[in-house]
Design a protein around this ligand. Structure first.
Ligand SMILES: Nc1nc2c(ncn2[C@@H]2O[C@H](COP(=O)(O)OP(=O)(O)OP(=O)(O)O)[C@@H](O)[C@H]2O)c(=O)[nH]1
Length: 330
């Protein structure tokens, strides 16, 4: 679905010929001694990696040029990978990404940028109350998930404060999987949903993400503190995304503090409906360029609803997502 566009983006972004100041030599380094690592956080040109289970600080090697390296990237590293204080390794290669998640463009930076690579599940964390759920933001996050080819998961927190049913009514017809949590409650359903996957958590401040991360990853605070100590970042600042291993090799979880909304400007309606194969199958006879929105004169979805061939709520929900694409992010 998204792979096509991602490759295009990748191509534009990464394969652009670099300015060469010297003639290319045949003897490009082969980096036979490189080892595998994964990027767990990024801070101003410094990358924190996990290499063989230990934390290593690294920079990009020159041949990578302007190529972006983000949390979740699988990389190859050379140099001092001991992780000892004061050592610095070099990233010489970034593996092809399976998925990318972009943050929205903002006033300071008009470009949608990739913030997380290789995640396969987007966990939309929403409090059932305090703060009140914001369905438009949930919709935008779902669009980002479908567009990126990630499985969405609704994680509804603070169930001690409100009944999940009110919110679930809105999402049931889309078939989005959900789990309900509360502080000190049973986290097994969430653990089960995260098992074996790399999951990115998104959600507004105060919804209870840190509470969840701390419950899922005992010692998470200490771990993040250790990473921050390596990068020289303050103990309590957590503005960039970071990745933590779930206990027992049960997967990875990526928190995204400071990332408030996800870039949707590039999302094409055709890609979005691809995430709903049953609806997509109803659009074969649509006029060319039909976006499948509610204002399209001859959309196959309307015909299917009129003939009772599909669930009208599902079509409405899909169209709500389609509209969320072009709504303001905040
Ligand atoms: N009532 C209730 N409060 C909760 C629950 N989970 C978390 N909280 C409280 O909600 C507040 C916010 O929780 P955090 O875990 O810090 O939320 P966060 O999403 O990480 O917020 P930021 O750190 O601002 O990004 C804290 O006061 C928590 O104690 C819950 O299940 N029920």
């Amino acid at each position: 679905m998204t792979t096509g566009r991602y490759s295009e983006h990748d191509h534009e972004h990464y394969e652009r010929p670099r300015r060469r100041t010297r003639p290319r030599t045949k003897e490009r380094p082969t980096y036979d001694d490189a080892v595998d690592g994964v990027v767990v956080t990024v801070d101003r040109g410094r990358f924190t990696l996990l290499v063989d289970g230990h934390v290593v600080s690294a920079v990009k090697a020159r041949p990578l040029g302007r190529k972006g390296v983000v949390v979740g990237d699988r990389v190859r590293v050379v140099g001092d990978t001991s992780g000892d204080t004061g050592t610095l390794a070099r990233i010489v290669e970034v593996s092809e990404r399976t998925t990318v998640l972009r943050r929205t463009a903002d006033d300071d930076d008009p470009v949608e940028r990739v913030v997380v690579a290789n995640a396969d599940q987007l966990v939309v964390v929403t409090a059932l109350a305090d703060p009140e759920p914001r369905p438009r933001l949930i919709d935008r996050a779902l669009v980002a998930a479908y567009d990126a080819g990630m499985a969405p998961l609704l994680c509804l927190t603070k169930s001690d404060l409100a009944d999940p049913e009110t919110l679930l009514v809105t999402y049931r017809s889309l078939g989005v999987p959900w789990v309900v949590t509360r502080r000190d409650g049973d986290l097994d359903p969430l653990r089960e949903a995260l098992r074996g996957r790399t999951s990115v958590m998104v959600g507004h401040s105060g919804v209870g993400k840190s509470t969840l991360v701390n419950a899922l990853v005992p010692g998470a605070d200490r771990e993040i503190g250790r990473v921050n100590a390596v990068t020289g970042r303050g103990r309590h600042t957590s503005t960039s995304a970071y990745m933590l291993a779930l206990p027992g090799g049960a997967g990875w979880i990526i928190d995204t503090p400071g990332i408030r909304s996800f870039g949707l400007a590039h999302v094409d309606p055709v890609q979005l409906i691809g995430a709903f194969p049953d609806l997509d199958a109803l659009t074969d006879a649509c006029p060319r360029g039909c976006t499948h929105g509610g204002d399209e004169p001859e959309c196959g979805l309307d015909e299917a609803v009129a003939e009772g061939r599909t669930d009208p709520d599902r079509v409405d929900s899909f169209r709500r997502l389609l509209a969320a694409r072009s709504e303001p992010a905040y």
